[in-house]
Design a protein around this ligand. Sequence first.
Ligand code: SR1
Ligand code: MG
Length: 422
Amino acid sequence: MDKPVFEPLTVESLPGRLADIAALDGNLGPADTWKVREVGDGNLNLVFIVEGDRGAVVVKQALPYVRLVGDSWPLPLKRSFFEYHALTRQNARDPGMVPAIHHFDEAQALIIMDYLSPHVILRRALIEGRQLPELARHMGLFMARTLFRGSDLAMDTAKRKADLALFAGNVELCDITESLVFTDPYFDAPRNRHTSPELDRIVARLRADRDLKVAAQHMKHLFCANAQTMVHGDLHSGSIMVTDTETKVIDPEFAFYGPMALDTGMYFSNLWMSYFSQRGHEADGSREAMRQWLLATIVEAWAVFREEFSRLWREERNGILYRRELFEDQGDWLGAEQALDHFLAGLWADTLGFAGVEMHRRILGLAHNADFESIEDTGLRARCETGALELGRHLAVNRRRIHSIEEVNALAERIYAAVVAR
Ligand code: SR1
Ligand code: MG
């Protein structure tokens, strides 16, 4: 039989095309009651909300090109396959932290999943100045559990290698990150843009900064060669949905076997960028309390991450690495603790390196953050962005000389006072 031909859905065609999917009848009710909206505002895909008599679902469909740019930049549909497999694994590793999947159609590159309501995108909540009491705990646990349980600290050799091979096919999405995050920001690449002319001088300085370019290439090498675990691969604040009590991680289409610190670095980087951007959202009053909350939530998330990762190390370290025969079984539990300390020290330095380059690419590269972009006064926006660029440079270059998250936060506050608040 011929392979079904891919056809992008439209608001009009969706009920007819998906009416026969049994899972939808149960979740939504009959197709003639469905109301369909297209709400995709990301860079890559179509996203529909479908509401029926009995409930609602989200239908996410990949397009054969980058939506942000258009059909001049083709992108394979198979990213939907990797997203489906990543969601399945993340749900097994930290149950309830990703949306439940109701249906997957590989040929049509579509995933039907829970409609999360009243959740909003974390980035939007942060721009509005909302403090989220459970965020740090949920994200600290999610990162520790998914990164540990997908790695050779937890998996046996056959499963680990099968997964490594499966995700090795996500070539084009890795290629996007390799270019957009680690290379383009550091030269005058055609797809780049920045707030101009306000940032022109600092951009020229950063692009001439040899230490920074070497640091960015070091991080790129880790991205390409350090296949430590199945990472989310794009864990910014647009990939997280929140209420005051719930956190859900979405959109793992960039998943692959890469360095653990890519996820932790990208996550913290987006919170530090939010910290610098708050100054641009003070029309309704000071955001000082929000800034302090952001710094505190970063401290808490890192503490939760370390604690949970350490617990898993002690209780679930049944994979290929640091075998118990070498340590606990010989009574050498302290040796296992020594190895854990070394592991976490490396992860910490790499986290800062990835955090630094993520700040640069969101201000100098193709794909920017609404946190800064929605600040209309370009002079003010440029000051907020300068704060993040300076912190990003310091973190990337000095990542092995910074010893605590409190040290980074203190530095962020000093940079804020010197370049953003003035
Ligand atoms: C061309 S894709 C640009 C960015 O959008 C995605 O969300 C990733 O962050 C990617 O780098
Ligand atoms: Mg995304």
